[in-house]
Ligand binder design. Structure first.
Ligand code: DON
Length: 347
């Protein structure tokens, strides 16, 4: 027997088992099916869909091209599949609420958000003031029935990010967004100005949340930083990378950086599943099983844990404030790739 090539049967079977395990883990990380084929098919199917209307309560959003349409899917092993417009930046809007909440959870633990803001759906619109009044009687009882993905909870979460002054708080907020995308993001100044000039309702929400004890710092600063975080410019690959980082237990699969403790990711996904698409969150979960988050800039991100993150940008929204094409495209692609985590493993 050739001594150089001989391996003991035990060693050979161990190597075979390891190779099989590696192959299975690669298969698990990859989406079942052909992601590029499904992305292309959804792009072709929904390109002509004209339902919905750009948000116009922030004047700058009404001016964005309603035909803008891009899809990106990033797997937990860093492969990128895409179609359509991949470079145009839109304002991240409410999708930023996920990452500011993640910053608070990362810095102050999972209980911080649960105790101060709550992790329950309001069932109301994203900027409902009735929802604030509905929870007023339980503030201080240790059981607030709010969440960090609707405006009152989101402005409160922004107020919880610690820092000696507004610049220090902002450095942390933009920092976590940079880490999740893997690049230095910038604020779209036209959107920031337009929203700052027209955000009187959010100022009222900030003042109420201060009056009712959710915000314990300067509420005007919290509303301003919240408005700034909503104006961060992102393209569709940025958004898909952010979603993929959540799918990969807090490790950005493109840069390889661990940006959040793995154990702190499931609570973030839980709030997304409960409240990510506002009053349509239940309907969305029923059809896809995916934790997701929408923004009035036209983006939606969705997370298939352990498999992939997916994002679509398309500005026309439905009545709940969620992009019409993004919902349809993500549902089609994810379901074709067995992305629904509630379906369990396998076919
Ligand atoms: O608070 C606002 O009005 C916006 N800056 C964000 C709202 C938003 O994106 C709601 N999402 N669907």
């Amino acid at each position: 027997m050739n001594r150089r090539t001989w391996k003991s049967p035990l060693a050979a079977s161990a190597i075979a088992a390891l190779s099989l395990a590696a192959a299975i883990s690669t298969l698990h990380a990859q989406a079942a099916g052909d992601p590029q084929k499904e992305v292309d098919a959804a792009y072709a199917k929904f390109k002509g869909l004209k339902e919905g209307k750009n948000a116009d309560y922030i004047p700058a959003l009404a001016k964005v091209d309603p035909n803008l349409f891009g899809i990106a899917l990033v797997t937990t092993d860093g492969k990128v599949y895409s179609a359509g417009d991949l470079t145009t930046e839109v304002s991240i809007q409410s999708i930023s609420k996920v990452f500011t909440m993640a910053q608070v959870i990362q810095e102050q633990g999972t209980e911080s958000i649960e105790k101060r803001i709550g992790v329950d759906a309001t069932g109301g619109r994203f900027n409902s003031i009735i929802a604030i009044e509905a929870v007023r009687n339980v503030v201080g009882s240790g059981a607030p029935e709010m969440n960090a993905l609707v405006n009152p909870g989101a402005i409160s979460a922004t107020s919880m990010v610690t820092g000696a002054n507004a610049d220090a708080v902002w450095a942390k907020i933009i920092g976590i967004h940079n880490d999740f995308t893997g690049r230095q993001l910038k604020v779209l100044q036209d959107v920031y100005k337009s929203e700052s000039d027209s955000n009187q309702r959010n100022q009222a929400i900030g003042a109420l949340m201060f009056a009712y004890g959710y915000i314990k710092t300067d509420w005007r600063q919290a509303v301003d930083l919240y408005t700034r975080q909503c104006s961060i410019g992102v393209n569709v690959k940025d958004l898909a990378t952010m979603a993929a980082t959540l799918a990969a237990r807090g490790k950005n699969p493109v840069t390889g950086k661990q940006v959040m403790d793995p154990g702190k990711v499931p609570p973030v996904l839980a709030v997304m599943a409960t409240a990510g698409l506002y009053d349509d969150s239940g309907k969305w979960l029923y059809h896809t099983g995916l934790p997701a988050k929408s923004g009035v800039g036209g983006g939606i991100i969705a997370v298939s844990p352990g498999k992939f993150g997916i994002a679509v940008i398309s500005p026309p929204l439905d009545d709940a404030g969620n992009s019409v094409r993004a919902q349809r495209a993500i549902a089609d692609i994810s379901n074709a790739l067995n992305g629904n985590p509630l379906a369990g493993a396998g076919k």
